[in-house]
Design a protein. Structure first.
Length: 345
């Protein structure tokens, strides 16, 4: 089969394809929900990761969809990343995935059907790792390729985690380093070191399945995942939804290896600046590098976890027992004008 570089067929890449936060807010303001559904526990009013509907007084169903244009050239890897990213929304609610449906857009006059099959196979492998079937889906012929999943999950009502329930004094943790947007942009420009790209791929294909375990922990007060709006954007959603503020110690924020060699050359996705334009009035202490990393659109980034400060040791021990690292990056505070302060930035 002829080698196909998928990123050459799309203007966007991964979660960097997201509509800018300010634009999305304007869209949603113009589409108000008039009907109240008593079983709908989480809708779009808090910009949470997925919708949640109560089946009864004990169990809830989680529903989400996520899709984007190719973030890497290899079809199998693209499918795997897109699948892991979509399932992250289930985990970010403290839930367990049940099944997924494929969402495929394919320019059939430009790209072979066999390449699309590889995309599906990559997604199927990740779904099998999550213990769920890729049970069907829908496809269309379109100008640019895109792929993702519509995923369904379950969560016990008592284990449901939201992004708007953080409390002042909570500690903030991140479960993956930042930098996937920068490194994949460097790859698209043919300026990335292969080892650096492979590190980004390793993180982007790693399931955030620890989220199901976090749902069982009462001292985890709020939970979300970091994707296209960058760390700052998703932390702002937590702050504004919870009526809190946050301090981030930039020297504690984990970054992917060798990221400075790319940020020093101003290699970053276009959405980085669109993200910043949406946040700049709410953030203080930003620096040249921290702007590029904290606003970097992540694809299947880590979970952002708010933990009661008196449970720090037990939480960190639990993560070690799960063979995972939880990076302590800051704390939640009372609401203030500068919603997020970057310290050491």
């Amino acid at each position: 089969m002829t080698t196909v570089n998928l990123t050459e067929y799309a203007h966007g890449a991964g979660c960097g394809c997201k509509i800018a936060p300010a634009t999305l807010e304007n869209i949603l303001k113009q589409t108000p929900q008039h009907t109240v559904f008593s079983g709908l526990m989480v809708g779009n009013e808090t910009r949470d990761d997925a919708a949640v509907f109560a089946l009864d007084d004990k169990n809830c169903i989680i529903s989400t969809t996520d899709f984007f244009m190719p973030i890497v050239d290899d079809a199998f890897t693209f499918g795997a990343i897109a699948a892991a990213n979509a399932l992250s929304d289930i985990y970010a609610m403290g839930g367990k995935p049940l099944l997924a449906l494929a969402v495929l857009g394919w320019p059939v006059d430009k790209l072979p059907a066999a390449v699309a099959s590889q995309v599906l196979e990559g997604a199927r492998k990740v779904c099998e790792e999550a213990g769920i079937p890729l049970a069907g889906g829908h496809s269309i012929d379109c100008v640019e390729p895109f792929f993702g999943l519509a995923a369904t999950g379950m969560v016990k009502r008592e284990n449901l985690k939201r992004n708007n329930t953080a409390q002042p004094g909570d500690l903030i943790y991140l479960t993956k380093p930042l930098g996937s947007g920068i490194l994949t942009t460097a790859a698209k420009r043919k300026q990335v070191e292969e080892a650096d790209l492979q590190e980004a791929i390793r993180w982007m294909t790693q399931l955030n399945s620890i989220g199901e375990k976090l749902g069982e922990l009462p001292y985890v007060t709020a939970l979300t995942d970091v994707t296209g709006f960058g760390l700052l954007g998703h932390l702002l959603e937590v702050c504004e939804g919870s009526n809190t503020s946050a301090d981030i110690f930039y020297d504690r924020v984990p970054l992917m290896n060798n990221l400075t060699q790319y940020t020093s050359r101003m290699i970053y996705p276009d959405n980085t600046m669109r993200n910043w334009q949406s946040y700049e009035k709410k953030v203080s202490g930003i620096g040249t590098e921290s702007l590029l990393t904290l606003c970097d659109p992540q694809t299947n980034g880590g979970l952002l976890v708010c933990v009661q400060n008196n449970s720090q040791k037990i939480f960190e021990r639990m993560m070690i027992d799960q063979n995972l690292t939880a990076y302590s990056i800051g704390s939640m505070n009372e609401n203030r004008e500068n919603v997020i302060r970057i310290l050491n930035g």
